[in-house]
Write a protein that binds this ligand. Structure first.
Ligand code: 5GP
Length: 192
């Protein structure tokens, strides 16, 4: 996705340990026009998958997730990282190790919102080791629903997430794929 590539090139900041900071358009300040285009791209990619729900994880997945859900005309669910006091009903719980925070979070989704017969598109802002996507997929499967695909905004292809998810049988589509962040420079897959 050319527009997203330009944003990453012009505004992305490479931090130590293979982390890309994109807080000017995705992770803190958010670019609504870019989010709309991201939603449209995922709609095109997964148009034939019969998507009935979009599932993401708070907080940075919510913006791309809601725009994708809008394109499909289906609800967005975001998994919560903290157990909410108002979340009193039955919940699905999974443990997810956070790559950027270096800690394990419990993520929760109410049993009310995902169930048998659903075809769920998982959306997230980044793919690194695949922990977040696997955690979300386990929740979908616990619910007896199907993972119809995994849509990633920025994939760091030098980390094993895509490979592991594909080996587990999931369809993974990423809007940009980064081959390397070495020497403080972003190199995209296909441009090495
Ligand atoms: P994974 O679970 O695939 O190991 O990592 C993906 C999750 O960690 C995403 O939900 C994202 O929030 C965070 N993450 C992983 N790598 C990066 C990165 O380079 N930059 C930012 N901003 N977040 C990242």
């Amino acid at each position: 996705m050319e527009l997203l590539k330009q944003k990453v090139m012009n505004e992305g900041i490479v931090l130590a340990k293979g982390v890309l900071k994109v807080d000017s358009f995705l992770n803190h300040q958010m670019d609504p026009f870019l989010m709309r285009e991201i939603g449209r791209e995922f709609k095109e990619l997964f148009a034939e998958e019969g998507i009935t729900k979009v599932l993401t994880i708070e907080s940075s997945g919510i913006a791309p997730g809601i725009m994708t859900a809008l394109e499909f005309g289906v609800p967005l669910i975001f998994a919560r990282k903290q157990k909410s006091l108002t979340l009193t009903e039955d919940i699905f719980v999974e443990k997810v190790y956070s790559f950027t925070k270096r800690e394990t979070n419990e993520i929760t989704v109410s049993k009310k919102f995902v169930g048998q017969g659903e075809r769920v598109l998982i959306v997230d802002d980044f793919l690194a080791n695949g922990e977040a996507a696997f955690g979300l997929a386990r929740i979908v499967e616990q619910a007896g629903a199907a993972v119809a695909g995994i849509g990633i905004v920025i994939e760091k292809s030098f980390q094993p997430g895509r490979k592991l998810l594909q080996e587990a049988g999931y369809r993974v589509e990423s809007l940009v794929r980064i081959a390397s962040l070495e020497d403080g420079k972003v190199t995209f897959v296909g441009e090495e």
